[in-house]
Design a protein around this ligand. Structure first.
Ligand code: PGA
Length: 320
């Protein structure tokens, strides 16, 4: 139990005293606090009576604080600082009870973003989450126009200064229809696919961009037969035998065979990319957005965590 203080002063009196000390004048403090001068004088007198010692000395035109007054001013400053921090925390807690989170994610992220949001939405049922899903180019447009709180993508643009938090691996796999003769081969060079047709995502897709970069890095030029506007359309077209394609493992799922697909063991694949949450550098985040970022960082499948675990496994294998 809190001990009842021997000196009974109110926050209101401390505030008045601090204002008088700061302005070195009862009249100016009363004006600053929008109070009548007698009110300020009475409260000051009551405070001094409660302390049991004079707090200010006025001789002629000279105003000064007594020792007790100086000490009390330091205490009042510390109390107000603590109180201000408390008010801010309360405002934040209230903000988390009701608020809105505007999130924009590239189309491929739709396979896991709802899972990511699940625990957050359950913890903060008063927060309304708006999720905009579009391809990379459209998400980059939104980012340039500052339309959302946070963005989820694999290929953030280089021309905007961004904060980036990588949180999940995004392997890009090379797909063929189930039963394709090349599906049995191991360590295939890309050149072995020279005679095959390819299906690509639409222009503006990050998946397409990453696939093109990977092909270019290996000096491979795919024979593109078809351009389709969604991951699902590409999956169906590959399963139907219309060509091969590169897609995120997240779009394919854990059992590609269930969708009529096989993952080819091509050298240089899967392409190792990662999912990132990004936002413009220097942009202050709302409490809601900051809280979601903490959820993302706490992801068990954080990329940083996995990498360091992989490294330590390798190191111990080397020693053994
Ligand atoms: P996409 O996005 O769905 O536009 O291919 C992937 C990405 O840009 O990260």
């Amino acid at each position: 139990m809190l001990k009842r203080p021997a000196i009974r002063a109110s926050l209101h009196q401390l505030r008045i005293f601090a204002a008088v000390a700061q302005h070195a004048s009862v009249t100016r403090a009363a004006a600053a606090l929008a109070l009548a001068q007698p009110t300020v004088s009475i409260q000051l007198k009551e405070l001094a009576a409660a302390v049991g010692m004079p707090l200010i000395e006025i001789s002629g035109r000279r105003f000064s604080l007594t020792h007790a007054g100086e000490d009390l001013l330091a205490v009042a400053d510390r109390m107000y600082e603590e109180w201000g921090a408390f008010e801010m925390r309360v405002a934040e807690m209230k903000g988390l009870r009701r608020g809105r989170l505007r999130l924009a994610a590239v189309t491929t992220a739709e396979y896991f973003v709802p899972d990511l949001l699940g625990p957050f939405a359950r913890a903060y049922p008063g927060i309304e989450v708006q999720l905009e899903v579009a391809n990379r180019d459209q998400i980059v447009d939104r980012l340039e126009q500052n339309r959302d709180d946070l963005y989820v993508m694999m290929m953030p643009p280089g021309h905007v200064a961004l904060e980036r938090i990588a949180f999940l691996d995004n392997p890009l796999v090379l797909l063929a229809p189930l039963g394709h003769p090349l599906a049995k081969r191991r360590a295939l060079p890309l050149a072995a696919l020279a005679g095959e047709s390819f299906i690509v995502r639409e222009r503006g897709s990050g998946t397409r961009m990453a696939a093109e970069e990977a092909f270019r890095a290996h000096g491979f030029v795919p024979r593109v037969r078809m351009e389709l506007g969604s991951n699902e359309a590409v999956k169906h077209a590959v399963a139907a035998g219309l060509g091969l394609a590169v897609l995120s493992q997240h779009a394919v799922g854990a059992t590609p065979a269930a969708s009529g697909l096989a993952v080819l063991a091509v050298r240089g694949f899967p392409v190792r990319r990662s999912w990132q949450v990004v936002y413009p550098s220097g942009r202050p985040l709302s409490i809601v957005a900051r809280t979601l970022l903490e959820f993302v960082r706490a992801q068990p499948a954080s990329v940083a965590g996995r990498r360091s675990r992989a490294r330590s496994r390798k190191a111990s294998a080397g020693r053994g």
